[in-house]
Design a protein around this ligand. Structure first.
Ligand code: GLY
Length: 358
């Protein structure tokens, strides 16, 4: 079993990575959180996780805790990340009578860990959260670091909090049941870590890939938990154009939207091309980006439907912006936030990246 430590003083915690950890949940919580002795535990999950058998395994694994185990289900998909679902979930916690010393378990992908993390941070002004991510995307990103939240019609993750879990348990057996496209999406997120100091990450075996990604993320979270200094923004490598492409793709009805990871992959290539135009990296480094992304079977070009002007409108609303466009870019000192990037330069890169219609 691999262990990654997030150092945050009295709120420090571990992420554990291995196959077969769901079955051992009670024992792991007992060993890593000895001060946590809940009388009641609420496991929150979504239907596909239950159908894959992971809920039953989780409940079995938690038996060792000798607590009353309750289950709450939320609807599938990003729509569950709403204030309405949050209220429904908090009411379920109240009906079951969860107290300050009890715990909630978020069992699922990023939607579940984001929503349940937020509920844990506000219910009774904060109760213990155990994250059990079941997708590659959530294992290498969302479950660690304490960002929680829900969406508003005006945008994603606009309401939320920083609330660190007490333990993160990544059972890589759960990844075996993931549809191929979802695994590919996780690889898009994994790819960013190759440029954040984990150069050989893609050559490792799966458990080591997840642990290596979390090592990098844990370092940024320990240094800049609440994105005060800007250091943590580096974890958004590829996400500025990535989020814009993802949002534009979702807004197009009647087509199969690009996944988060596919969008981030395009965003990583865009970030490299922008950095090259700004003289921060050379063409050899851009080629390294292209090779890595295409080697994973991920897209390196914008789809032919993409409209650079529409993407620029999304980019202009990016949460990282500070009196101008902010991008996370590679450079001589590594990947870092760069402020006041010229919008014309970004538009040119987006134009250049449009796939031609054949
Ligand atoms: N997903 C980026 C972060 O947690 O900061």
């Amino acid at each position: 079993m691999r262990e990654v430590r997030v150092e945050l003083g009295p709120r420090s915690y571990s992420a554990l990575v291995d196959k077969g950890l769901l079955k051992r949940l009670g024992e792991l919580v007992g060993s890593w959180c000895p001060d946590l002795n809940p009388r009641k535990v609420m496991v929150v999950t979504q239907p596909p996780i239950e159908e894959a058998g992971w809920l039953a395994e989780t409940k079995g694994g938690l038996e060792g805790l000798k607590a009353e185990i309750h289950v709450a289900r939320i609807e599938d998909g990003e729509r569950a990340k709403s204030l309405e679902t949050l209220q429904g979930l908090c009411r379920e916690l109240a009906k079951v009578g969860l107290e300050r010393t009890d715990a909630v378990v978020a069992l699922g992908g990023g939607v579940v860990t984001d929503l349940v993390g937020f509920a844990a941070s506000v219910y009774l002004r904060g109760i213990a959260l155990l994250n059990v991510p079941t997708t590659l995307l959530s294992q290498v990103d969302a479950a660690l670091g304490g960002k929680t939240g829900v969406d508003l019609p005006e945008g994603k993750n606009l309401v939320g909090s920083f609330w660190q879990p007490r333990l993160v348990i990544c059972d890589t057996s759960t990844l075996a049941s993931l549809p191929g496209r979802e695994l590919l999406s996780g690889r898009g997120e994994l790819a960013k870590y190759a440029f954040l100091g984990a150069g050989k990450i893609l050559q490792l075996e799966l458990e080591d890939q997840v642990a290596a990604a979390l090592e990098v993320k844990a370092r940024y979270v320990s240094t800049d938990e609440r994105e005060d200094t800007g250091a943590r923004m580096a974890l958004n490598y590829g996400h500025t154009v990535g989020h814009a492409v993802e949002a534009a793709s979702l807004a197009r009805s009647g087509t199969h939207p690009l996944s988060h990871g596919e969008s981030v992959a395009i965003g990583i290539v865009a970030a490299a091309r922008i950095a090259e135009r700004m003289g921060r990296i050379d063409s050899q480094r851009v080629a390294e980006h292209l090779e890595l992304i295409s080697g994973l079977g991920l897209p390196t070009m914008l789809p032919s439907w993409a409209d650079p002007q529409e993407l620029m409108a999304y980019i202009a609303r990016d949460k990282k912006n500070r009196a101008g466009l902010t991008f996370v870019l590679d450079g001589p000192g590594g990947v870092e936030p760069v402020f006041k990037v010229d919008p014309r330069l970004v538009t040119d890169v987006l134009e250049e990246m449009k796939e031609s219609v054949s």
